[in-house]
Ligand binder design. Sequence first.
Ligand code: C2E
Ligand code: MG
Ligand code: MG
Ligand code: MG
Length: 285
Amino acid sequence: ESKRTGRNKVTLFKNEMATQAAELLKLERDIMKAMFRDEFYFVLQPLVDSETHTLKGAEALMRWKKDGETINPAEFIPFLEDSSLIVDVGERILNSVCRYICELDERKLLPKGFKIAVNISAKQLAKHDFIETVSRVLLKHKVAGDKLEFEITESVALNNMADTIKKIISLKKMGISFSLDDFGTGYSSLSHLKDLPVDKLKIDRSFINDITVDKQDENLVRSIIQLSRNLGLVTVAEGVETQAQVEWLMLNGELLFQGYYFSRPLDIEDFEKTYLLEATSAHAK
Ligand code: C2E
Ligand code: MG
Ligand code: MG
Ligand code: MG
């Protein structure tokens, strides 16, 4: 009896592995098709000022339109990362963002000081020709580097700190600013943080979630804000969803906000309607 159950379990396990392998193969095939058909695009989520709630920038977030259905990054970015396809797809996103910045500029819709932040994977930054790639894309669309921000996570620094720092410095010379994304979730030590020449620190939304109910998270976020200020960085609170969180954060520092409370990530047309067309017409008044 027990031997039989054991054998069944093994079969079940084998079947499960086969199913998983088949699913992965299908995902791989779908992604290759998606690259060929250019099905990856980006949406924009605004960053706002805590005092005035005015637009300070936006983050470009990748999406995949598969058979008319929008797929979120959690379902395909891990695969892109593992297979290194993120290098290719990431470059396409950077290219689309720069093309869009150029278009906004031509339409006189680009607010002063407005930047679009692009997430850059550790694998992209590690490429020996990353700097050349970026300068080629900027040149192609005649975009100034100061219209761009790159978001990197603490993990970029783990591999080759010296190389990472050198590249960040070169890109900053082109006018591109840097923010450290998902702060608090990685493994980097404080000495890493001190050495990374970033401009902004984004507190991960897992810490923001419970600031109004969890004393420990409250203390943690307070210390992160203090740390960020002491390092001379601009602090961003990610994943702000409630009025109570906004109030708590406003009492605890001068921050930028990003989160559903202000806006979900928007399709370009909606982003323009809500933030850019309004801003320029208000300006004209
Ligand atoms: P991230 O860079 O930390 O982006 C913030 C994520 O939080 C986005 O998820 C955004 O939609 C979500 N978010 C923003 N406000 C709220 C909120 O108030 N509540 C909640 N629950 N979520 C909020 P998204 O778009 O699913 O992206 C997930 C991650 O995928 C990103 O995290 C980033 O690490 C990665 N990613 C997205 N686009 C790209 C890309 O172009 N390249 C690379 N390498 N990674 C990307
Ligand atoms: Mg990000
Ligand atoms: Mg983040
Ligand atoms: Mg994240």
